[in-house]
Design a protein around this ligand. Sequence first.
Ligand SMILES: NC(=O)c1ccc[n+]([C@@H]2O[C@H](COP(=O)([O-])OP(=O)(O)OC[C@H]3O[C@@H](n4cnc5c(N)ncnc54)[C@H](OP(=O)(O)O)[C@@H]3O)[C@@H](O)[C@H]2O)c1
Length: 331
Amino acid sequence: MDPIKAYLIEEDPAGAVRASFTTLTPAQLDPGDVVVRLRYASVNYKDALAATGKGRIIRRFPCVGGIDAVGTVVSSQSARFQPGDAVVVHSHGFGVSHHGGYATQARVPADWVNPIPAGLSALDAIAIGVAGYTAALAVDLMELNGVVPGRGRVLVNGATGGVATIAIDILAQRGHEVVAVTSKPAQAGYLKELGASEVIASSDLAAGTRPLEKAQWAAAVDSLGGEPLAQLTRTMDKDGVIASIGNAAGHELVTTVMPFILRGVRLIGVNSDNAPDLREHVWHRLSTDLRPRHLGRIAEVRPFEALPDVMESVIEGRNRGRNVIAVDPAL
Ligand SMILES: NC(=O)c1ccc[n+]([C@@H]2O[C@H](COP(=O)([O-])OP(=O)(O)OC[C@H]3O[C@@H](n4cnc5c(N)ncnc54)[C@H](OP(=O)(O)O)[C@@H]3O)[C@@H](O)[C@H]2O)c1
C-alpha cells in the first residue's frame, strides 16, 4: 500500500509542541475497524490549538492532527461499511488521542464513522464537518427544548467562526430571526448573506453586571464561553435557551442562579462525541431539513501544504467560515 502523507504533532522532551509533514506506513496507523482513504479534512479552532501547542489538546504524542475528515472506505471489519462507501469521520479521539484527518489514510473505530448521506457531496460533508455537525446538534437540542421560529431573536456569537456560520445558515433557513455578534463588524455583509437579519459588533453589545439585565434573546448559540456566555445568561428572555458549544473566549462561567430560577433560562451543553444513533440522526437532518444553504460561501478549499498558514490565521482570529484542506487532490 502507498506511503501515507501526514501532518504529525509531536512533543519534545522540554514539553514544546511541534507539527510537521511526514510520511507514515500503513502499519503505523492506529487500530480500528475501518480504513479510510481520506480526501478532505478541515481546520477547526481545536485543531489549531492542538497543532500549535496553544492549547493542551493532544492526549497522545505523536499524533496526526485533524478532528474531522471525509473519504472512501478501503476496508472494513464492521458490517456498517463496505469498501467504496463515502464516509465522514469525526469526534471522540480522532486527531486528539488517535491519528486524525491530516493524512491520506486513517484507521478508526466504526463508531466514529458515518456514511455521507445521500444528497451531500464529499465537499459538502467536510464543509459541514464537526463544526456544522455541532451546530446542527445544537439546533436539534434547542428544538427539543421548545425553541421554535417566531418565539424571538436568536443570538449567534463568534459569528464568523466555523460553528457559528453554519448555525446562522441553518437557523435562518428554519425561519428564525438571527442576530450575529462578531468582533469583525466589517463582515456584516457576509453574515447577512448567510441569513443574519442583524449584525452587532461584540464591542457594542450592552454589558451590564446585574444578575438580570434587559431580556433580549429567545435562544443563543454560544461558541465563546467566559464573559460573553455570562452576559447571555443575564439577557435571555423568559424560558430562553442557550446552547453552550465552545470556549473561544474562556472556560469560566461567572454568573448567578437568578436567570435560571427567575426566568427559567436553560443552559444546555452541546458535545459532539455522540453514539452512532444520534450521529446518524443529526447527519440525516443535515442532508434534509437542517441542510445549510450557503456551504459554497462558508467553506474555502486549501491545499494540504497550506495547513500551517491556515492554523496561524485561526489562532490570530483572522478566520472566516470553514477551512477545508484537500489532503489528497488525486482523489
Ligand atoms: N462542543 C463540541 O463538541 C464542539 C465542537 C466543535 C467546536 N467546539 C468549540 O466551539 C468553539 C468554536 O469553534 P470553531 O471551530 O467554530 O472556531 P473558529 O472557527 O475559530 O471560530 C471561533 C470564533 O470565535 C470568535 N473568537 C475567536 N477568538 C476569540 C476570543 N479570544 N474572544 C472572543 N471571540 C473570539 C471569532 O469570531 P468573531 O470574530 O466573528 O467574533 C472566531 O471566528 C471552539 O471553542 C471549539 O472548541 C466545540
